[in-house]
Design a binder for this molecule. Structure first.
Ligand code: CDP
Length: 244
């Protein structure tokens, strides 16, 4: 099976690194966090209370979430285009408002059941194909795709992750405050690690990589070296390997 599971806490570098590994190997890159974010966005849009677990669970079951590769008309740095029905929510699901409720939404067991099932199907379909898949999230190596032959868990100190997220938000034009971003991440870490269903934790056979002080390229190369050793795959000529 050609599947690479990448897990780790918020802003540990999963999506940047996972995207580049996918491009290099010519594997499908799939960030499962966008599905939880899409549900959180819909909850806010519909004025549903995030504590109303039944209503939130129903939204997760019914929401028509679409994820596709960006087209040439969308050169704004997006890794994928995220749709709810016909509506492009690629950037709105990254707002501080979504950040503030997404972990509560993701702790809902009905939400997890609905989304994990879809994610597992995508992982199995692409992971058993020749092209392969890089799946990124919190529970890929433990719950979504426990049979993935290569599992990576990215780590970085809270302060460093807050600094990265603050820069990201500021660059996208969101008004951000470093101390608040840090507190939000601390709270999300607690909810993600402490929830009863599929808590954030490294799989017992995951390779733990510390990203603090390492460049993106160094981390990507570490994972590519593991992919070569474990999966026997290397960068493809079609792999569009470039740093952002
Ligand atoms: O980008 P960031 O690391 O901040 O978050 P994300 O990967 O987009 O995920 C948003 C939230 O969705 C996380 O804080 C988790 O609460 C939840 N999530 C999850 O529970 N399981 C996953 N496989 C992916 C995300």
């Amino acid at each position: 099976m050609n599947a690479i599971a990448i897990d780790g806490p918020a802003a540990s570098g999963k999506s940047t690194v996972g995207f580049l590994v996918g491009q290099s190997l010519g594997f499908l890159y799939f960030d499962t966090g966008v599905m939880y974010r899409a549900v959180a966005w819909a909850i806010l849009d519909r004025g549903i209370n995030s504590a109303d677990s039944e209503a939130v669970g129903r939204v997760a079951e019914e929401l028509p979430i679409g994820v596709s590769a960006p087209s040439d008309e969308e050169p704004d740095g997006r890794q994928a285009t995220i749709l709810i029905g016909e509506l492009d929510v690629t950037w709105s699901i990254r707002s501080p408002e979504v950040d503030s409720i997404v972990s509560v939404v993701a702790a809902n067991s009905q939400v997890r059941q609905a989304l994990t099932q879809k994610q597992r199907l995508i992982g199995l379909e692409h992971g058993s194909g020749e092209a392969g898949v890089v799946m990124v999230g919190r529970d890929i190596g433990t719950v979504v795709l426990p049979e993935a032959p290569l599992k990576v868990y990215l780590e970085a100190p809270l302060e460093e992750r807050a600094r990265r997220r603050f820069i990201e938000l500021s660059q996208r034009g969101n008004e951000a405050n470093l101390a608040k971003v840090l507190e939000d991440l601390r709270r999300r870490d607690q909810i993600d690690s402490g929830r009863a269903v599929a808590p954030l934790r490294p799989a017992h056979n995951a390779h733990r990589i510390q990203t603090y002080g390492a460049t993106i390229q160094v981390v990507v190369n570490q994972i590519l070296a593991l992919a070569e050793k474990v999966l026997g795959v290397g960068p493809t000529s079609t792999g569009n390997w470039s740093l952002p």
